[in-house]
Design a protein around this ligand. Structure first.
Ligand SMILES: [Fe+2]
Ligand SMILES: [Fe+2]
Length: 383
């Protein structure tokens, strides 16, 4: 009879573990994954709380993450301190029936938080190579003490959690590497002309701020960041005598300059983008299109354009008006710039909804903090 109920519990826990591991895969970033792991670990172990520690190998420290009001707070401890530090160093699980009776227990955290730790179960998190990368600690079982079965269950849980964390870190590392590469490329292109220095970065920031003001989801904000950062990358193909010309363009020069949008698409089409970002080349090339179809390079109309492309178009016009000081075209004040944006909406060039949100929510303020008043100009000390 006892065996049957033990078997039932085991198969029940295994099915919960499977659900939890599927939940881990769905988490879009490391911080929400860590919060999810700690919450689910406490639940499945029928315990009061759980803490996850990751090892910072560079500083020889344990970093713990505590969920506080939907935010994950980071606490650092030297390696070897407390139960978690012991498990991180020696790699064996530790099961304690009364924390205050073991010298391993570090009472300082309880003292600071006012919490009273009784039972503790702590297991190492080992990656595929068997290297300890963290520790999972469960505090205060709701009834009784932790058993051998609990150790088995938490070890199994920790194996799933370790793989999920490694994957999330790899994913974030890859995205960070990719983003820093394209930001550098864009900055190099902007730098060819001192007047446009910083343009791509500002357009990316402006675009993301507009996207946030519109409530776009995280994946679309990333798509926006990528496409906006690279929107003018096609300028790399434009010859110096056109790109750097101090005077107004002739018709041929204007035509040549306008080709940069098409070049942007051609260049970006050679880069491998993950499935969710496969539209970056098309979207990045949309920034000079107009809703009425009179833009370039393809003369696309409103129904052929998408929101992300239209956001970049607004950010691009704003930055060009505020920041490009050419002998034949002076920079504009905030008031003049916003009036031009409104005129562009009336002419059916820019999207009314996007421009309205941009103006109402002042989505330019974070990128241009020094233009608070209507008569302010953009000043860049670094130029
Ligand atoms: Fe452009
Ligand atoms: Fe641009």
């Amino acid at each position: 009879m006892l065996n049957t109920s033990a078997n039932n519990k085991k198969s029940n826990d295994l099915s919960k573990l499977l659900d939890i591991s599927l939940g881990m895969i769905e988490k879009s970033n490391l911080s929400s994954l860590l919060g999810f792991i700690m919450e689910e670990a406490a639940k499945i172990m029928l315990a009061d709380r759980s803490t996850l520690f990751l090892i910072d190998f560079d500083r020889n420290e344990l970093i713990s993450f505590i969920a506080q009001k939907s935010e994950i707070k980071e606490i650092r401890l030297p390696m070897g301190i407390g139960i978690a530090g012991h498990v991180a160093r020696y790699g064996c699980p530790v099961n304690i029936e009364d924390a205050y009776k073991t010298p391993l227990f570090h009472k300082e955290v309880d003292r600071q938080t006012g919490y009273r730790t009784r039972t503790v179960l702590c297991v190492p998190m080992k990656n595929r190579e068997g290297k300890i990368t963290g520790v999972l600690e469960i505090l205060n079982k709701k009834s009784g003490v932790f058993t051998e079965y609990d150790t088995w269950l938490l070890n199994s849980f920790a194996a799933f959690a370790t793989t999920a964390i490694e994957n999330a870190r790899l994913h974030e590392d890859r995205e960070r590497t990719f983003l820093s590469t394209i930001k550098t490329l864009a900055a190099v292109v902007d730098r060819r002309d001192h007047i446009t220095a910083g343009h791509s970065e500002r357009v990316a920031k402006l675009s993301v701020n507009i996207g946030k003001a519109m409530g776009l989801p995280k994946n679309e904000l990333t798509l926006l960041d990528y496409a906006a950062t690279m929107h003018d990358i096609g300028k790399v193909v434009i010859k110096d005598d056109v790109l750097l010309k101090p005077d107004k363009f002739s018709t041929e020069e204007r035509e040549e300059m306008n080709k940069h949008a098409q070049y942007t698409k051609e260049i970006l089409s050679k880069i491998y983008f993950a499935r969710e970002y496969k539209d970056v080349p098309t979207i990045a090339a949309m920034h000079h299109e107009r809703l009425d179809g009179t833009g370039y390079p393809y003369g696309l109309k409103k129904e052929q354009l998408n929101t992300i492309g239209c956001i970049i178009a607004v950010a691009d016009v704003f930055d060009a008006l505020m920041a490009f000081d050419r002998p034949y075209k002076k920079v504009h004040t905030l008031s003049e710039t916003l009036d031009i944006l409104k005129t562009e909406v009336e002419k059916n060039h820019l999207d009314a909804h996007i421009v309205n949100i941009f103006i109402q929510k002042k989505a330019y303020l974070q990128t241009f903090p020094n233009i608070k008043n209507r008569n302010d100009h953009y000043i860049d000390d670094k130029r």
